[in-house]
Design a protein around this ligand. Structure first.
Ligand code: SF4
Length: 64
């Protein structure tokens, strides 16, 4: 099952990741990304990877 990793130090709170994957990513009151899930089903991999790639500072990754 793909595992999500967020670099909260790198996150700048742009929110791009939430577009298309608001069930997985959110932003807290400090403007830092929050993972709503640690793992996603294989069927969600492509969508979540695309959302991770949309991060301008490459703060997100999807690992096996
Ligand atoms: S797109 Fe990147 S910088 Fe923006 S909130 Fe998501 S993780 Fe943070």
């Amino acid at each position: 099952m793909p595992r999500l990793v967020a670099d909260v130090e790198a996150c700048q709170g742009y929110g791009n990741c939430i577009t298309g994957a608001s069930d997985v990513f959110d932003i807290d009151d400090d403007g830092v990304v929050v993972l709503l899930k640690e793992k996603v089903p294989e069927s969600d991999r492509a969508r979540v990877e695309e959302a991770a790639r949309s991060c301008p500072v490459s703060a997100l990754s999807v690992e096996d």
